[in-house]
Design a protein around this ligand. Sequence first.
Ligand SMILES: NC(=O)c1ccc[n+]([C@@H]2O[C@H](COP(=O)([O-])OP(=O)(O)OC[C@H]3O[C@@H](n4cnc5c(N)ncnc54)[C@H](OP(=O)(O)O)[C@@H]3O)[C@@H](O)[C@H]2O)c1
Length: 244
Amino acid sequence: MQSIKDQVIVITGASSGFGEVTARMLVAEGAKVVLGARREDRLKALCDELGTDNAVYAVCDVTKHEDLHTLASKALDTFGRIDGLVNNAGVMPLSMIGAGRVEEWDQMIDVNIKGVLYGIHAVLAHMMERGSGRIVSISSVAGLSTTPVSAVYSGTKFAVKAISEGLRQECAGKVGVTCIYPGAFTTELVDGIKDEFVKELMEKRGFAKLAQPAERVAEAIIYALGQDPGVAVNEITIRPLAQG
Ligand SMILES: NC(=O)c1ccc[n+]([C@@H]2O[C@H](COP(=O)([O-])OP(=O)(O)OC[C@H]3O[C@@H](n4cnc5c(N)ncnc54)[C@H](OP(=O)(O)O)[C@@H]3O)[C@@H](O)[C@H]2O)c1
């Protein structure tokens, strides 16, 4: 492992959950972070907490590819390079396909798939030119297998797996590519579930009791970012011990 100190890491979805915790842990280890999300108040408060020499932000909706370029430009203008991208922004409004919640399908496809592609696009040329970089994308255990109510979310997370593997092959020798598959961890993700049937199901399944701290996933992200230049960790599955 090499030190993460002084590395410049861009994180999408940094206003809460894995993104926020990863930013804190990276700065604690001496890295510089460039944070993107839509909720500016959260990003500003986090940058103030971490110190504006270490953390800067750009308001970024990952469904708009130009916003990802703004975020990448913020990193280049402030720190002069991008060593790593954490493609983390995501939404999970679960429902049965038969419930026909079409707008939520569109949102998941736009944020979870297109957002990941736009993030890659915003940093890839820079990394290929430098001949180094890391792109870590957050899929889910739902990107490895699916269940009722998860079909569309799973579809988007299977896509992140496919995109990561294709990218890995295209960038071999230059950019390290990692896809992480978390199980249940405590963040704000479940707040996005609006379907009453799914809310009751999550309650019955005891999702909240099962979930482990987000810091465990942040550690996995930092493990992937901190590999020696000649090594890439391509996939990490991390879930609560009790998750069946
Ligand atoms: N928590 C889990 O158990 C779990 C398990 C497997 C996978 N994941 C994945 O982990 C990733 C992070 O989620 P989390 O659990 O940390 O949930 P979270 O606390 O809800 O964080 C999601 C982040 O994504 C951002 N986001 C949502 N829509 C966005 C958009 N259009 N543009 C930019 N940012 C957007 C949110 O920021 P704004 O609202 O401010 O934009 C927020 O910062 C997601 O990809 C999720 O699918 C989570």
